[in-house]
Design a protein around this ligand. Structure first.
Ligand code: ADP
Ligand code: MG
Length: 238
């Protein structure tokens, strides 16, 4: 069980209140997509769930456990970023296993988990290559591989496809959907792209200026937007 429950969260930087009072339930094993214009607080919310940013007020539970003040490494989450810096001098196998090595995981177990991740992501034939010998899409898969090997309950994606070209984005959308169905994990996916939200989400969360405008299934938001902002963002007919 890895439902994510956010209750009454406030985030204030100095005197600037970026998120006034946000509550949200992300169902266990859902693919929830958080959308909204640039600067509305999507990354900030994700970073608070990950523990990379302290909440100013409120609480966060993951799988029923209060993680509001837990270390990022104790939350059972993995975060995949837009810029996926791989270590250029390491092979794909070493890049994927690096976090486990830092955690002093025995080598045999690292190898087994890297092989398993490579199988899921179809990286098997590429394990001995260096990042510069990979395409953009393959590099992104290696970055996702680094998160899979840690067996997180919750994956957090912050605009992971925004550096890829259109064709590759379409392919990666399909691959992420497949990944979601293969893994027993909850995924929270941030994007500012309506098409990604409409095609990938079980649940869309629309934000504007730190405030959730509506939460629901894509077609429900499309057919019954709560306000003109949601209608405009989703592209509902007038
Ligand atoms: P999004 O990911 O939706 O584009 P962000 O969460 O990155 O938005 O940012 C939301 C707002 O919070 C922006 O106005 C941004 O300038 C501000 N912000 C984010 N991080 C900080 C920080 N560390 N210090 C001050 N302001 C910040
Ligand atoms: Mg952002």
């Amino acid at each position: 069980m890895a439902e994510v429950q956010i209750t009454g969260v406030n985030k204030t930087f100095g005197t600037v209140e970026v998120i006034p009072n946000l509550s949200l339930t992300v169902p266990n094993r859902s693919f929830s997509v958080l959308v909204g214009p640039s600067g509305c607080g999507k990354s900030t919310l994700l970073r608070m769930i990950a523990g990379l940013e302290e909440v100013s007020a409120g609480s966060i539970t993951i799988g029923g456990e209060d993680v509001t003040h837990a270390e990022p490494s104790d939350r059972g989450i993995a975060m995949v970023f837009q810029s996926y810096a791989l270590y250029p001098h390491m092979t794909v196998r070493q890049n994927i296993g690096f976090g486990l090595k830092l955690a002093k995981t025995p080598k045999a177990e690292i190898d087994a988990r890297v092989d398993e991740a490579a199988e899921i992501l179809q990286l098997g034939p590429l394990l001995d290559r260096k990042p510069k010998q990979l395409s953009g899409g393959q590099r992104q898969r290696v970055a996702i591989g680094r998160s899979i090997v840690r067996k997180p309950k919750v994956f957090l994606f912050d605009e992971p496809l925004s550096n890829l070209d259109a064709a590759l984005r379409t392919q990666m959308r399909v691959e992420l959907a497949e990944l979601h169905s293969k893994l027993d994990a909850t995924m929270i996916y941030v994007t500012h792209d309506q098409v990604e939200a409409m095609t990938m989400a079980d649940q869309i969360v629309i934000m504007k200026a730190g405030i959730i405008q509506q939460v629901g299934r894509p077609m429900d938001l499309y057919n019954a937007p709560d306000n003109p902002f949601v209608a405009g963002f989703i592209g509902s007919p007038k």
